[in-house]
Each structure stands twice: as structure tokens, then as C-alpha cells.
Design a protein around this ligand. Structure first.
Ligand code: GDP
Ligand code: GDP
Length: 477
């Protein structure tokens, strides 16, 4: 079953979300319970137009749970007063934030802006997901600019609509479709029951490092190769396989599932894997490891695995690639392969060499192992999954700002040009890579060393040990 991208309508009661929902969904309206993650207390429907991208729509508000946990219609003028609604709207928005691909904040153009609108806007923008602002109840075009003007203060471009009269609903739909995530390529569309949508992994490394041996290990035994898709270059293929992996907890070198969390099947795609299956001597010789080609395939993947032959040692090309991967904030790990062949006496040196190559990015995981014996091979995929999850973490503005105060109080910003930078607040603006923005009076006063310190503190305080983090400083007052 292919899952449609999901769009959420969010806003305080009575702004017109259900009216908008009904207009968009039309006759496809349905309350479905089989869509995973869509709970009973919300309306779910599908928006389908001939020749256009289909998507799922949730109306986050308008429904609430009563004391017995039953879904009840929200009474906008209920006895609980605004406080109760606020809490509920927040809770609904929070759930939608987790699940939806595009968030639509709906406000009431006739009533004007309310403080809750502003708080919701902040909250939604902090998610890093695309946010649209629909100013509803703009029923007559002549008043459009008048009714939308004040909403620019929310920091979002207002789209004036009238859900009740159908005005500019196509404009809103177009804006939503533009922001839907890219469609998956054929052959990988799939969430099948029991199989998690897996990860795209790029295997990088010099010829003979052991990339093909590793992929064969991953997909070997009774693991099934789902398909091999012709890659972009001759001899290069994408290998797709469903592989059971556990969580990051190890027992004698093998990842095991955590209690209560069994191993799950994950669909992995090994991208641009040259000559993995039907390899010939010729393709081996033709294969070139260039930093540019490696970067290109890393950019197409969720996580890159740099394989280094421990016998050959860390080469100049490996170092160069590491610095590019780090600079471009690509999620990656390093596998030091062929450790079975390395004499104990020589081990220390190669491990140290790798550590020094990774000194610019000490967060990058290093795994020692052997494609030949299988030692630590499964750990690669478990770790890749863990890095990818980290890189996709969304952290609430509240938690971020507590982390910021903590970091600032542990070690205050140094004096630069006779003054210290003043930090106001921070927010997360994106995932993959996780991107954090600090708002400061004067970004020029934040030295690189202090920026590095803050990044390390965020890693610790937010529990993001291995993913690349993008940390930016923006002026504010
Ligand atoms: P919700 O609580 O956000 O789901 O809001 P509803 O969809 O229930 O709408 C609340 C009220 O606003 C209803 O009385 C609707 O008829 C009215 N309404 C919705 N859209 C419009 C619109 O575009 N123009 C006008 N004038 N009223 C609207
Ligand atoms: P690729 O060019 O990076 O895909 O490297 P291959 O997977 O083709 O491996 C190159 C050679 O190294 C082959 O002869 C493999 O059998 C050998 N090899 C790969 N991994 C290991 C390992 O962990 N230990 C040992 N001893 N040999 C390995």
C-alpha cells in the first residue's frame, strides 16, 4: 500500500477548518481508521483531483476527547473557556506536527489576529516543516488586502481564501501541492505491511576496500533482494533488500533488539553500488574512486558508509572525502574493514590514523570489522538507522531554549570587540540535516570556537551524538 503524503489543517476553533476540509475533500470524505497513526479523534480524508498529486488531509481541530476518551464535537463556546481549547489545540497541533508533511495554519480574516494564532505560528515554524497560512472568511475580493494585512506579522505569506464560498481554494491547493515531499521513484514506493520504509545507503571507499563484499553480506544468506534497478552509470545498480535490524544495543558485537522492541524489517536501498552482483574483472579495473563521484552518490542517500581497508590504511582521498562530507553535513559513518587481516600490533596505528582523520568531526561513528568474517557488519545498518533518526529529530522550541540557557550558563560567550554576543532564543528550522538557528544581537561576535562549543553542548543536551548538525546564527533584537 502506498501512503499518501499528509497535510494538516491547524487553527483555533471556528476559523473554518471543517468547512475547508469538506471543500477540499469533497465526496472522498471518509473517517478512516486504517491509516496508521491517524487516530479516531481526527477527521481524515483524501484530496484527489484528476492529473494532480493526491494527498491525505487531517482536520486537527474541531474534535476532542471527552473524559471517557470518546470523540466528541468540540463546542466552541463550551464551559471550559479558552484555556481548555488552547490546551487542546496545542495537543492536536503537536500530533499533526509529528505526522504531517505540510502544515496549514488556518486563521479567521474577519475576526483578525489572535494571540493564539501567533503562538501557533511560532510553534509550527519551529517544526521545520513547510507551513502555509490560510486566511479564511475573506469572502469578497475587494477587502482582501485589508483583511490579510495584519497576518504578515506571523512571518508567513497569507493566502486569502473563503472556504464557505470556495474562493481561491485552488490557489491554496496549488500552494500545498508545491510543498508536498517529492514523489518516491518507481520500485521503492513502498511501505508493505511489516516492512519499514528503509534507508538509502551509499557505500563509499577506494576500489578493493570491501564495499561489494559488505553489500553481499548485508543481503546474503536468506535475506531477499527485492530488486536491482539499473543505476545511472554502467555497471552501477541500486540493490534493494529487506533486512531485519535491531536497536543500538549490543551483545558480543551483535546488535540485539531492546526488550519489548523486536527486530524490524527495514527496506534498504544501496545506491549506485557498482558491480555488486554480477561483477567482472573488467568492471573492477574500470571502477574509479573519485571524491566527486562519491559525494554525488552520498547526496542521493540518507546515510553514507565510508569503507576503509585497514590493510591499506587511511588514504589522502579518504581524508579529503571526510572533510567534504563533514562540510556538506552529510550523515555518514566509517567502517574500518579487513580487521581480520590486521596484525594486533598494527591495529592501534590504523585506528589512531582514522581518529586523526576524523578529528574535524569527532561525532562520526567509527566501526571496526570485517566483511569476510561478518564481524560488526550488522552494526553498520543499525548505526546508519540511528544516525538517520537523529538527523530527523524535531525538538520543540521550549526544550531548545532550555538547552540554550544551560549551555550559555555553563560557559558564557567570550568578549569579542569589547562586548559579548547576546543570545535571545533559538529554534530548529530543518531536519536532514538537523538545523538550529540561534538569534543573537550580533552574529559577528560569535567566534568559531564558541560556535563549536555550542554545537557540542547541543549534541549532549539534546541527545544527538552522531548526526551532522547545522548551527546558524542570525541577527535579532
Ligand atoms: P472549525 O471550528 O475551525 O472547524 O470551523 P468551522 O468550519 O466549523 O466554521 C466555523 C464557522 O465559520 C461556521 O459557522 C462556518 O460556516 C463559518 N465559515 C467557515 N468558512 C467561512 C468563510 O469562508 N466565510 C464565512 N463568512 N464564514 C465561514
Ligand atoms: P570493493 O572494490 O570496495 O567493492 O571491494 P570488494 O568487496 O570487491 O573486496 C576487495 C577484496 O577484498 C576482495 O578480494 C575481498 O574478498 C576482500 N575483502 C573484502 N572484505 C574483506 C575483509 O573484511 N577481510 C579480508 N581479509 N578480505 C576482505
Amino acid at each position: 500500500m502506498q501512503t499518501l503524503p499528509l497535510v494538516a489543517l491547524i487553527g483555533r476553533p471556528n476559523v473554518g477548518k471543517s468547512t475547508m476540509f469538506n471543500r477540499m475533500v469533497g465526496r472522498n470524505r471518509a473517517i478512516t481508521h486504517d491509516r496508521p497513526g491517524v487516530t479516531r479523534d481526527r477527521m481524515y480524508g483524501e484530496v484527489r483531483r484528476k492529473g494532480e498529486r493526491d494527498f491525505g488531509l487531517v482536520d486537527t481541530g474541531g474534535f476532542a476527547l471527552d473524559d471517557a476518551g470518546e470523540s466528541v464535537r468540540w463546542d466552541a463556546k463550551g464551559p471550559e473557556g479558552l484555556k481548555g481549547f488552547e490546551a487542546e489545540v496545542y495537543e492536536q497541533a503537536r500530533i499533526a506536527l509529528d505526522e504531517a508533511d505540510v502544515l496549514v495554519l488556518v486563521v479567521d480574516g474577519r475576526e483578525g489576529m489572535s494571540p493564539l494564532d501567533a503562538r501557533l505560528a511560532d510553534h509550527l515554524r519551529g517544526s521545520g516543516k513547510p507551513v502555509l497560512l490560510a486566511v479564511n472568511k475573506v469572502d469578497g475580493e475587494e477587502r482582501e488586502s485589508e483583511l490579510t494585512a495584519e497576518f504578515y506579522a506571523l512571518g508567513l505569506e497569507p493566502i486569502a481564501v473563503s472556504a464557505a464560498h470556495g474562493m481561491n481554494m485552488n490557489g491554496l491547493l496549488d500552494a500545498i501541492r508545491e510543498r508536498l515531499p517529492e514523489e518516491k521513484e518507481a520500485g521503492e514506493e513502498g511501505e508493505e505491511p511489516g516492512v519499514r520504509t528503509g534507508l538509502r545507503i551509499a557505500m563509499l571507499g577506494r576500489p578493493n576496500a570491501g564495499k561489494s563484499s559488505l553489500v553481499n553480506r548485508f543481503v546474503g544468506g536468506d535475506r531477499m533482494i527485492v530488486s536491482e534497478l539499473a543505476g545511472t552509470t554502467r555497471d552501477s545498480v541500486d540493490v534493494v533488500a529487506d533486512i531485519p535490524i535491531g536497536h543500538r544495543k549490543r551483545k558480543r558485537g551483535k546488535p540485539v533488539a531492546q526488550p519489548g522492541e523486536p527486530e524490524e524489517l527495514w527496506r534498504f536501498t544501496f545506491v549506485d553500488t557498482a558491480g555488486v552482483r554480477r561483477r567482472t574483472k573488467i568492471t573492477d579495473e574500470v571502477e574509479q574512486f573519485t571524491v566527486q563521484a562519491a559525494l554525488k552518490s552520498a547526496r542521493k542517500a540518507d546515510v553514507a558508509v565510508l569503507v576503509i581497508d585497514a590493510l591499506g590504511g587511511v588514504a589522502q582521498q579518504d581524508k579529503k572525502l571526510i572533510s567534504y562530507l563533514d562540510r556538506e553535513k552529510i550523515a555518514f559513518l566509517v567502517f574500518l574493514n579487513k580487521m581480520d587481516m590486521v596484525e594486533p600490533a598494527a591495529r592501534k596505528k590504523v585506528v589512531q590514523d582514522l581518529e586523526s582523520a576524523l578529528s574535524i568531526c569527532p561525532h562520526v561513528p567509527k566501526i571496526n570489522g570485517s566483511a569476510l568474517t561478518g564481524y560488526n557488519v550488522d552494526e553498520i545498518l543499525t548505526m546508519a538507522r540511528s544516525i538517520h533518526e537523529e538527523a530527523g529529530t524535531r525538538i520543540s522550541t521550549g526544550v531548545l531554549n532550555r538547552a540554550m540557557s544551560e549551555a550559555l550558563s555553563r560557559h558564557q560567550a567570550p568578549v569579542v570587540k569589547r562586548r559579548r554576543a547576546k543570545f535571545y532564543y533559538m529554534t530548529q528550522t530543518d531536519v536532514h540535516p538537523a538545523t538550529f538557528v540561534f538569534f543573537v544581537n550580533d552574529p559577528e561576535r560569535v567566534k568559531d570556537s564558541y560556535a563549536k562549543y555550542l554545537e557540542n553542548q547541543l549534541r549532549k543536551l539534546l541527545g544527538l551524538p552522531h548526526a551532522p548538525l547545522k548551527v546558524l546564527f542570525r541577527p535579532s533584537h
